[in-house]
Design a protein around this ligand. Structure first.
Ligand code: NAP
Ligand code: MG
Length: 396
């Protein structure tokens, strides 16, 4: 098997990471990973160089799998006695790979989405750069004139009045870059082909006639020139629509496609979609770079509350499914890139074993409340992973 970049993490998910490796992976496959410890103590020891090295390694080997990690805040600086408030490793890695994050729910029969028509997962692709997240804002306290000014490198000036304020108000300037929008588009088209799903893209170009229109045109141009043929070969579709129309269609749809959104839209819509599908613990996430590198992880964090209970000796019922699926995603992709059918088959079996256990009515506590089948039994994380192992052994 080719190399996978393995990035360990923090707290409860670090505990689960080891359980998954010990019980569900190493007894069955000869893992060939390059290990990076992104746990906060080691990031601190290496002055966070380890996050950069991990990102570079994904570029080299093309496939990575990451455990959830703590993004330090003031409280964490104290708790871990950190040298600095290190940046989020996800942000660091994303900056190196220049990718787009795709989030998709794991569906099980017995847990029905709140939206009755949804039968297949809906994957949200969020452009994670610029717009309101990098905006410059003023709160205005007195009347005056607001202008938008651009001075080009060669000294040419563009100027427009935004508004003549007769009272106080608010003002915001935001931007995006063609290079980033292009990367976003490439990642979306590539991921659609890789998962053989339709791609939807929505903005508000009727209102935002330059800004959103640019997104629409760049997607259209890249599609026509570089991906149209391959989409047709795979029997999938690219389709652009206004965001209001997209929302209406999404709610009426059966699912089974990728919905690409601008940064803010993706932030909001991914929370809506994941909540409607059920549990954060069942959301997977993959970062896809425009040149085809893949980093898989769970969408949830390190589950701190459970970890503190674990430290007090309690056996917690933390759901490992999204982390298991991060591993199977990486193994399947590795198999696909290397033409290793056996590895892809193992990934499918591990996923099936996990879902079979839940569908037999045995699950972690977070799912019990969502369960609509007959009788659910709540298991601890360890029991749940053991049950998956027993199931997996039947297929292997
Ligand atoms: P979180 O770890 O996602 O947990 C929030 C709550 O969601 C938990 O307390 C738990 O609810 C529930 N939950 C999440 N995952 C679960 C699972 N697998 N099984 C069962 N329940 C689950 O978010 P957080 O507490 O806001 O953040 C904790 C740390 O994670 C922070 O330091 C943050 O920086 C980090 N984080 C990392 C990533 C990442 O690496 N990608 C993403 C988000 C956050 P109950 O307590 O009610 O059971
Ligand atoms: Mg959000």
């Amino acid at each position: 098997m080719g190399k996978i970049v393995e990035m360990d993490g923090d707290e409860m998910t670090r505990i689960i990471w080891k359980m998954i490796k010990d019980e569900l992976l190493e007894p069955f496959v000869e893992l060939n990973t390059e290990y990076y410890d992104l746990g906060l103590p080691h990031r601190d020891e290496t002055n966070d160089m380890v996050s950069i090295e991990a990102g570079e390694a994904i570029k080299k080997y093309k496939v990575g799998v990451k455990c959830a990690t703590i993004t330090p805040n003031a409280q964490r600086v104290e708790e871990y006695n950190l040298k600095e408030m290190w940046k989020s490793p996800n942000g660091t890695i994303r900056a190196i790979l220049d990718g787009t994050v795709f989030r998709a729910p794991v569906l099980v029969s017995g847990i029905k989405p709140s939206v009755r028509s949804w039968e297949k997962p809906i994957t949200i692709a969020r452009h994670a750069y610029g717009d309101v997240y990098k905006a410059t804002e003023f709160r205005l306290e007195k009347p005056g004139k607001a202008e938008l000014v651009f001075t080009s490198e060669d000294g040419e000036e563009k100027r427009a009045t935004i508004y003549d304020f007769e009272c106080g108000g608010v003002l915001q300037g935001m931007y995006n870059k063609d290079t980033s929008i292009r990367s976003f588009a490439h990642s979306c088209f590539k991921y659609a082909i890789s998962t053989k799903q339709d791609l939807w893209f929505s903005t508000k170009d009727t209102i935002s006639k330059q800004y959103d229109q640019t997104f629409k045109l760049i997607f259209q141009e890249i599609y026509e020139n570089e991906y149209k043929e391959e989409f047709e070969k795979n029997g999938i579709e690219y389709f652009y629509t206004l965001i209001d129309d997209a929302v209406a269609r999404v709610i009426r749809s059966k699912g089974g496609y990728i919905w690409a959104c601008k940064n803010y839209d993706g932030d909001v819509m991914s929370d809506m979609v994941s909540t409607a599908f059920g549990s954060l613990a069942m959301m997977t996430s993959v970062l896809v770079s425009p040149d085809g590198n893949y980093e898989y992880e769970a969408a949830h964090g390190t589950v701190t509350r459970h970890y503190y209970r674990y430290l007090e000796g309690e056996k917690t019922s933390t759901n490992p499914v999204a982390t298991i699926f991060a591993w199977t995603g990486a193994l399947r992709k590795r198999g696909e890139l290397d033409g290793n059918a056996e590895l892809m088959d193992f990934a499918a079996k591990l996923e099936k074993a996990s879902l079979d256990v839940i569908e037999s009515g045995r699950m972690t506590k977070d799912l019990v409340g969502l369960w609509q089948g007959s009788q659910a039994t709540a298991l601890t994380t360890e029991e749940f992973i053991q049950a998956i192992r027993a199931e997996l052994e039947k297929y292997i």
